[in-house]
Write a protein that binds this ligand. Sequence first.
Ligand code: NAD
Length: 418
Amino acid sequence: MTSSRISGFHKFTRTQRLQELIQQGLLTDREAAELGVEAAASGDLADHLSENVISVMAVPLGVATNLIVDGVDVLVPMATEESSVIAAVGNGARACRATGGVTCEADAPCMIAQVQLTGIADLPAAQQAVSDKKQTISELCNACDPMLVKLGGGFVDLEVRIAGPFLVVHLIVDVRDAMGANAVNTMAEAVAPKLAEWTGGRVGLRILSNLADRRLVRARAVWPASEIGRNTVQGIVSAYEFAAHDPYRAATHNKGIMNGVSAVALATGNDTRALEAGAHAYASTQGNAGGYGPLTRYGITEDGDLWGEIEMPMPVGIVGGATKAHPTAQKSLKIMQVDNADRLARVTASVGLIQNFSALRALATEGIQRGHMGLHARNVAIVAGAEGADIDRVAEAMIERLEVREDVARALLAEFKG
Ligand code: NAD
């Protein structure tokens, strides 16, 4: 590479950007052409959604089967590059169909916007001054988004907190079917100058909080011991308790939940980072000792079956952001038969719960590797250059030998090709 300072790169066409990378010696002609081919179908859309686009990054989009949410069957599109994730949802969902699948409760879709005020001498007095203006603040917020108000959303509540040397004003807004970041950020910016005037402070940051704890979803399922085995019931409860006592385990436990949640979010054009931030921030209060802990809980019913529950923030939308702009996101929603954010939030939380159940089931019994190995072996075979029927042939041979490595795959491939 000659230099990362490329003047006007953002103004180039995609082809010119690829050309630039060829000139810098970072891509061959062939590689650039391949990126161009990959972008052929959706490169223009990508150019609208992001910046300095050279191509698109394809991620597998699969459909998880067998799930029932609130009494209604649903097929769930999931976008993920990680093997076993979608299969795990299908298996875990099948195992709780006899007990009705997953049932959920969801909060109203309320997001929090924060306005930070600095340089205030008498914080309690300023806190009172802002609290007294609740009605005016409500009107200022609602004037920003008449559409939202018409749909039954808008300003809901006010919280005025003292955080260290700062006054922090929370605007709590019902964002209806949107994720709501832009909607509430606009309100925070509109209200901020007034808050400074009333408190004598200076306006600091004005942005939503990703700790969306006013927008929680709770989902619950029961897996019969007759279906999963008594030892598995005990094993999963013990695995949950491990996570509740140990943040090192809880981080991995929650990562597994997000394997499902983020895959549904990506498939529907939602902001995966907002969900991840909210999930882990919320988890930081869920441990047994009050610190970081698991987002799910498990126990044993009177009949000896396994119950599992998840509770987590679920700021997902079906309008706004990329949800409407991305045709694949629209098709994902269509497959799910989802026409409101509430249903999407419930299905997404259910996927998180089922995903976690399946991971714990594997961990508590045979270990995670056996199930993972088949798909992992296929990936290794592809990296080693296998194509078509050779992918499975090489993968199976590696598993048989208990040696899943790229060098082994290459040797097998050479052997098969004679
Ligand atoms: P948006 O800006 O497109 O606004 C959504 C609008 O949809 C609302 O203003 C509302 O008027 C309208 N709406 C709500 N329900 C509706 C319905 N049923 N029918 C028709 N319209 C309806 O989108 P947004 O959801 O406010 O913002 C989401 C985007 O913001 C995401 O792309 C996210 O990545 C981004 N973002 C995130 C952060 C963060 O998480 N920290 C910060 C900034 C921006």
